[in-house]
Design a protein around this ligand. Sequence first.
Ligand SMILES: [Zn+2]
Length: 310
Amino acid sequence: MRLPWRAVPRPSAPLRGLSSAPAGKQGFVPACSTTDVLSREQLRDFVSRARRLFAISGAGLSTESGIPDYRSEGVGLYARTDRRPMQHAEFVHSAKSRQRYWARNFVGWPQFSSHQPNAAHGALRRWEREGRLHWLVTQNVDALHSKAGQERLTELHGCAHRVMCLGCGAITAREDLQRRFSSLNPEWRAQAGAVAPDGDVFLEDEQVLTFRVPSCERCGGILKPEVTFFGDTVNRATVQFVHDRLAESDAVLVVGSSLQVYSGYRFLLAASDRKLPVAILNIGPTRADHLAQLKVSGRCGEVLSAIHLH
Ligand SMILES: [Zn+2]
C-alpha cells in the first residue's frame, strides 16, 4: 500500500508480519553499521564551528528509549503492524473512533509515559547548557526532551502528555485524564493484556464498545491529545516562532528524522534559502539529503554522546 505522505519510495518492500520483532529497547533501532570515524569527526567539527545551532529531532531519537518510529525498515510501526496514525478529521467527527483511540491509549499509557530520555537527549541538553544550542524543534510527542530538562524547545506536533478540549481550548495533564478514565471504567479490563513495548494495544471490538470516555469538565467538549494528528496543520504562530529562531541560528543539525512530513521539512527549505550549513544524523535516507553538506548514518545516542566540545 502506498502512503500519501511518503514522498520518497522505499528501496525494498516493508517487511510485513514481523509483529513478533525483538521487544528489547534496541529492538526498535533500525539496523546500521557502526558510524565510521571520519564522519564522526566531521560531525564534531560541524557542531564545534556552530555558535547558534538550530536542531530538529524526530522519532529516530526516541527509538533508543524504546519507542518505535513509523517508517524504519523492518522495525518501524508501519513495517511491524497494520497500524496507521489517527487522522484528525476521523477523530473529530467519529465518536466511535475516539472511543477506540482512547481505550487503546488508556491501556498503553502507563507504558508509553514511563519511557526515559537517552544519551542523545542528554547531549542536546548539555549543548543547550553550554550555550551552543540556540533552539531545538522536535517532531516527537513523547516529552523525552522535556524530561531531559531541555528548555529552549518547541514541540512542533504537540505533546501526548497534554490534553486539549476542542470546545474551550483548555489544556490539562494527560495523567489527570488517566485517573478520570479509571474512575469511569472501574470494571473495564483489557482482556488481551498484551501491551507491546511501544504501548501498542490490541482490543476486541466488544471491549471498546463498553469503554467510557469523559468530556471536558468545564464545557463538556471533546477531549483530544494535544498532538497534531495526520491531516491537521501546525499552528501558524508556532511555525512563525520556529522560523524566527532559525533566522537567529548559524547552522542546522537534523537528528533522527527522515523529514518525510512537510511540517518539519519546511525548516530545511528555509535553511537552504538562508544558505545555512546543514548536517544530518539519521539511519537511512531523508527527504533533505540533497540540502545537507554532511550526512552521517548512525545511532543518535551513540554518536552525539561521543561528541565532546570545549
Ligand atoms: Zn472545554
